[in-house]
Write a protein that binds this ligand. Structure first.
Ligand code: ATP
Ligand code: MG
Length: 324
């Protein structure tokens, strides 16, 4: 594994209530994992923890094991991530200087600009002369400069218009095949993750509530929260449809969560005991994980799969002899 996060718990300084409440997941080399969840659920906190960039004084427990070369991050707001009075090319070259002593930093910078889809003529431009999409490409070139084996992309298209969003997503999809870097791609919009992510983690109130292959999760969600989230958002980012349904009830408040399932107060499938009883992860199907009482009593493996494997042993008891 490239990254292994286990039972991660984080509280910010001066805020005793944890905002990550036992997060576990892993990323294999070259794999793109999507992290999906509403505003405030803790997505950026996971990103900062992985990059060891949480504010000083944060309380962190659990473990983060990273087995790669370097990690880099691309943020939601490129304009805030760049220095306003330094030329774009120099900002990329500066990252090269910090990480490696290249003999020809200028030509390496131009190569990175090229990989990020930036015209060489933009080398001498200042951030205020560039569009949002171009600035995000500068940030991507910076992220690639340290030849990372893990890229954390924290909603990198959130501040862009729809067309630019699609272009930047295409760039990330290209990086996936070309750079072999593993990626944690954060988004609050499921459609963005389709076609990009291999796997999806769904987050609610500081916990991973569901995990599975991207198509499985998006077309057959298991957790009632994932189901509600998929119904609540328009089919494509920026699509001119009205909101189909908002998730009923109030967003969770970390200081006031139930002892059991945090989503129970808003859940249409909640039963007696959901709010009170502690939850554990279930794996009702191979490669799928869900934290919901509805799945706790299901068989842990696919029954048909188990029967096929047991078939040779069962044949004599069924009165069938081999070769018949
Ligand atoms: N520096 C901080 N100090 C104190 N609390 C913080 C800090 N940063 C974030 N929080 C709180 O931690 C919780 C999780 O925040 P986080 O930024 O990780 O959520 P998010 O899922 O990335 O949200 P968004 O989609 O809006 O970016 C929120 O309740 C937020 O208010
Ligand atoms: Mg965030």
């Amino acid at each position: 594994m490239l990254l292994e996060v286990s039972d991660l718990r984080v509280s910010y300084p001066g805020r005793p209530v944890p905002v990550l409440r036992g997060v576990s997941f892993s990323i294999a080399p070259g794999e793109v994992v999507g992290l999906l969840g509403e505003s405030g659920c803790g997505k950026s906190t996971i990103a900062l923890a992985i990059l060891a960039a949480l504010p000083a004084g944060s309380a962190v427990s659990g473990s983060i094991r990273f087995h790669g070369r370097a990690r880099s991050i691309v943020f939601q707001e490129p304009r805030l991530a760049l220095h306003p009075t330094i030329r774009a090319g120099d900002q990329i070259a500066e990252v090269l200087r910090a990480h490696k002593n290249y003999r020809n930093r200028k030509s390496k910078t131009l190569e990175l600009m090229n990989r990020a889809g930036l015209d060489e003529s933009l080398y001498n431009s200042y951030p205020h002369q560039m569009s949002g999409g171009e600035l995000q490409r500068v940030c991507i070139a910076q992220a690639l400069a340290c030849e990372p084996s893990l890229i954390v992309a924290d909603e990198p298209t959130a501040s862009l218009d729809t067309i630019t969003q699609a272009e930047i997503l295409r760039l990330f999809a290209g990086l996936k095949t070309e750079s072999q870097a593993g990626m944690l791609f954060i988004s609050h919009h499921p459609a963005i993750l389709r076609g990009l992510a291999d796997r999806i983690l769904v987050m609610y109130a500081g916990e991973i509530v569901e995990e599975g292959g991207v198509e499985q999760v998006l077309s057959k969600p298991l957790h009632p929260y994932t189901e509600a989230l998929l119904k609540a958002v328009p089919p494509a980012p920026g699509a001119a449809t009205k909101r189909l349904s908002a998730i009923p009830g109030d967003p969770p408040r970390f200081a006031n969560l139930p002892a059991g399932c945090a989503f129970a107060p808003r859940c249409a499938s909640a039963r007696t005991g959901c709010r009170e009883n502690p939850l554990r992860d279930s794996m009702p199907f191979p490669s799928r994980r869900v934290k919901c009482v509805l799945y706790e009593h299901r068989a842990p493996v696919d029954v048909a799969h188990a029967l096929v494997r047991a078939a040779p042993a069962l044949l004599p008891t069924l009165g069938v002899r081999r070769g018949e």
